[in-house]
Design a protein around this ligand. Structure first.
Ligand SMILES: [Mn+2]
Length: 368
């Protein structure tokens, strides 16, 4: 996919902050700017020099994915008769400094929070004038362009299709691990390159752990089964959660699920450009408070999704970030009662100029 438009934001940043060059180190930021996701560094100068440093073993793949940038392989040991004649026989940090000095860069922007500590310390020591641009990149990535929205929407379809197909195969008595495997195979069959994160399947009292790890526990009838899944497609993630029941839901738990759905829908209804993320989080908590369930909602309401499954903005009580058109966020209220049960519903929402579009579309009450 074309990522050329993302360079424009960086050129503007270099101008605004008087930078000679930027160095991109994080794998997600490399994917954002080049389409290549892997180790290495991208160097862009204000004069238009673009070089992508990649480990020698990644050079073929990078050449296939990245067309408008010079690919420079590096390797820390000597290689005789190497197929590339431009290999830098250096470690990454040395290769970066070598190039920066070669182009006479003095003031350099680096996405410090994404780089290895060792690399950052070395570059800072050799360059002196280093500026952190991590926040700017996070902000740029939080606003998706139409192509990114299309790819994320497809990643959501893959997750929904994978879960939908799995519903015919899930039976009580299967282990959580087995169900996770069925769901993941479903996403693969629907075209997933990979998973946004390891699928969570948590039933009964295990569902009280928001980040439960699937276990050998057999899933039972009438208990909540939380399935949190996400597909990776063309470098972009989806993130979706449903709580389902085999043989119908226990009535008390069903009422709690209805409260969670109401909290989610009311929070989604107030999403529009200019609203603060904390206000959306607050709305969900207000609804749960009506049912005296807010005390069991022990995590934030949601987060941005994109190249990474958790990215800016964060939706919690401290987040005064204003939502903007082009952001894609999750809205995922849940309640977790230790030793008893847990419930979560998660959908993916695009902030639009006039309000919001819910990108996921699966039923919220699923009884098998
Ligand atoms: Mn999520």
């Amino acid at each position: 996919m074309s990522v050329l438009s993302h360079y424009k934001g960086l050129s503007k940043l270099m101008e605004e902050r008087g930078l000679d060059c930027v160095v991109i180190l994080g794998e997600a930021n490399l994917a954002y700017l080049t389409g290549y996701r892997g180790p290495g560094a991208l160097l862009i100068s204000k004069n238009g020099v673009k070089k992508l440093l990649v480990p020698l073993l990644e050079a073929y793949r990078a050449e296939e994915l990245v067309k408008d940038v010079e690919i420079l392989p590096y390797v820390s040991y000597s290689v005789q008769h190497c197929i590339y004649d431009n290999v830098l026989y250096k470690r990454l940090k040395e290769a970066i400094v070598h190039i920066l000095k070669g182009i006479g860069a003095r003031k350099v922007g680096v996405d410090i929070s994404e780089g290895d500590y060792d690399v950052i310390v070395y570059v800072k020591e050799k360059l002196k004038h280093m500026v952190d641009i991590s926040d700017k990149l996070k902000e740029m990535r939080s606003i998706k362009d139409p192509k990114e929205i299309e790819v994320i929407t497809h990643a959501i379809r893959i997750a929904e299709c994978g879960l939908e197909k799995s519903l015919d195969l899930i039976r009580d008595g299967m282990s959580e691990i087995e169900v996770a495997g069925i769901v993941e195979f479903g996403m693969r069959k629907a075209g997933a390159n990979g998973y946004a994160f390891p699928t969570i399947v948590a039933s009964g009292s295990n569902a009280a752990y928001p980040h439960a790890v699937p276990s050998n526990k057999p899933i039972g009838r009438h208990e909540p089964i939380v399935i949190d899944l996400g597909a990776l497609y063309n470098n972009y993630c989806s993130d979706l959660t449903r709580t389902l029941f085999i043989g119908g839901a226990d009535p008390e738990i069903k009422r709690a699920l209805e409260a969670v759905i109401e909290a989610q829908e009311e929070a989604i209804d107030i999403i529009e450009p200019g609203i603060k993320a904390c206000e959306v989080d607050m709305k969900a908590r207000e609804v749960l408070a009506k049912y005296d369930l807010d005390k069991y909602f022990i995590h934030s309401l949601g987060h941005g999704i994109g190249i990474e499954v958790h990215e800016a903005p964060t939706l919690n009580s401290n987040s005064d970030t204003e939502l903007k058109s082009g952001m894609v966020i999750t809205i995922e209220p849940g309640i977790y009662i230790k030793g008893k049960y847990g419930i979560r519903i998660e959908d993916d929402v695009l902030v639009t100029k006039s309000g919001r579009t819910i990108l996921s579309s699966m039923n919220k009450l699923i009884e098998l």
